[in-house]
Design a protein around this ligand. Structure first.
Ligand code: ADP
Length: 483
């Protein structure tokens, strides 16, 4: 399924979010920095105004006692010039009239708001930013002249905020030029960095695209340092290994299946040709037809077993779970096993090592099929006059069934492959016996579908023991199919 198209490549989206995050950080930090700067500058102006106000008041009070108000006012002018202060100063009496002001105010007057007057008369300094005289921004301090309550005169000291605003304007301008520039440089850097970081992914994609069923042995080179990319490479490699194994098994299986079917077909064809050419009497034709029927039976058995295995692999054989009485099942199998072993003179025995009924939840038919397979193998691969014994025991919550024979046995090197499809030990002997090599694969499927397991112990020329262990509770819910 194609899925929802993503806007842009991963590289683009990574860079985009990186740039957005940077832009937010730059804007936030720039704003904070600008706000702190303007607060600090204004704080410095306020401190200066306060100092000037205090000095001016001390000087004015001292001069007012010695001189008349006009002379005190003139001396104030020279006091301010002496200190090189550029502040504007004016005195306002209790009626709100200006009694004295510095010459730098010319004809203009500092504005006095009712709020400033109220605060100063309450002996609280009051700072405000106002515009006066041609809309000029100034910082204005209104300060009480005396500390006692009957003193209602105030002094106002103001400083031109033009230079401060200019400094702030320069900083604003620098911020608005340098921040986008910085953002641009960092974005270009981000684009290259993400490109480099994603290049191993592009490399992996290229290699994976090249790999098909024909070259599944190819592997991705794994980075020497351990990181997310090397983990991805290893994961791909282990997936390829599993795929390769699966493909090899499928190939092997198809080759084996066609080989198995080709042999009886070749025999059929050969015998039919010989009969057509040479057979003269009806007896001779009958013998050929009988032999042909045997081969046809053999082919049908192989095809049926293959079908059963394929279905069980696809999970298409549901287990018909019932309450199975293993004691009864073993009795049935004993009778069948006895019939099978009689023609070969094999001694067939049943050993019930339980003193109660063993019941389990399982598929009666499949369990019967599985055990009969093991019994018929034991009989098939045991020479005349040998012994085959079947045992039933119960061990905790499990039933244990053993099929023990004194037959040809199996060499240790064959044991790991015994349950593989078409695995047969002795081709020649098997052909005589008529085995297909699929029986034990089916046995394993059935045992595992019931949540159990199968083991084999064997010694060449001494015999084999197949042990099947089945849980009495039956298969777990997800194993209720033969898969
Ligand atoms: P087959 O149809 O050939 O018997 P199986 O899958 O049942 O196929 O068995 C696989 C091979 O395992 C057989 O060909 C045989 O060589 C070996 N085998 C199975 N059971 C026994 C046994 N009881 N004793 C010795 N060999 C056995």
């Amino acid at each position: 399924m194609p899925g929802i198209p993503c806007p842009g490549s991963v590289r683009f989206r990574l860079t985009f979010w990186y740039v957005v995050t940077l832009a937010v950080i730059l804007t936030a930090s720039g704003t904070y920095w600008y706000w702190t700067l303007s607060r600090n500058l204004l704080g410095q102006v306020d401190a200066m105004l306060m100092m000037v106000a205090k000095d001016v008041i001390a000087f004015h009070l001292a001069e007012s006692q010695r001189n008349n108000p006009e002379e005190a006012c003139q001396k104030l002018e020279s006091f301010i010039r002496e200190h090189n202060w550029s502040e504007f100063v004016q005195f306002v009496d209790q009626h709100g009239d200006i009694v004295c002001h510095t010459s730098n105010l010319l004809n203009a007057r500092l504005p006095i708001s009712a709020e400033a007057l109220r605060s100063a008369r309450g002996h609280q300094p009051f700072f405000e930013t106002v515009r006066f005289n041609d809309d000029r921004p100034v910082r204005l301090l209104t300060f009480p002249l005396g500390s006692d309550s009957h003193h209602r005169d105030v002094v106002q000291v103001a400083e031109d905020l033009g230079p401060l605003y200019k400094t702030l304007r320069v900083h604003r301008w620098q911020l608005s030029i340098y921040s986008p520039l910085l953002l641009l440089v960092l974005s270009i850097g981000g684009w290259f960095v993400t490109g480099r970081a994603l290049s191993p992914v592009r490399h992996i994609t290229g290699t994976v695209k090249r790999i098909s069923a024909e070259n599944l042995s190819e592997r991705l080179p794994v980075n020497s340092c351990r990181d997310e990319v090397s983990e991805l490479q290893e994961t791909f490699n282990s997936m390829l290994t599993r795929l390769e194994e699966a493909f090899t098994k499928i190939r092997q299986f198809s080759a084996d299946a066609s080989h198995e079917l080709r042999t009886p077909l070749a025999i059929l064809r050969g015998e039919t040709e010989v009969a057509l050419r040479w057979a003269k009497s009806p007896e001779e034709l009958r013998t050929t037809l009988e032999s042909n029927l045997e081969e046809i039976d053999r082919m049908s058995r192989i095809i049926e077993e293959l079908l059963a295995l394929a279905k069980s692999e696809a999970g298409e054989i549901p287990l018909a779970l019932t309450d199975v009485n293993l004691n009864d099942l073993m009795q049935d199998l004993y009778l069948q096993g006895k019939t099978l072993s009689e023609p070969k003179g094999i001694e067939f025995t049943l050993h019930m090592e339980v003193n109660r009924e063993i019941r389990l939840s399982g598929d009666q038919l499949q369990l019967h099929r599985m055990l009969l397979n093991l019994i018929s193998n034991a009989v098939k691969y045991t020479p005349e006059g040998g012994r085959v014994a079947i045992h039933l025991a119960s061990d905790g919550g499990q039933a244990r069934i053993q099929i023990i024979d004194t037959g040809f046995g199996i060499a240790a090197e064959h044991l790991p492959h015994l349950f593989d499809r078409f695995y047969r030990i002795d081709e020649a002997r098997n052909r005589d016996i008529g085995g297909s090599g699929l029986g034990l694969a089916i046995v394993k499927w059935i045992v595992e579908a019931h949540g159990g397991h199968i083991e084999v112990a064997s010694e060449p020329n001494r015999g084999s023991t197949f042990t099947v262990t089945l849980p009495l509770t039956g298969p777990s819910p997800k194993k209720k199919k033969l898969s």
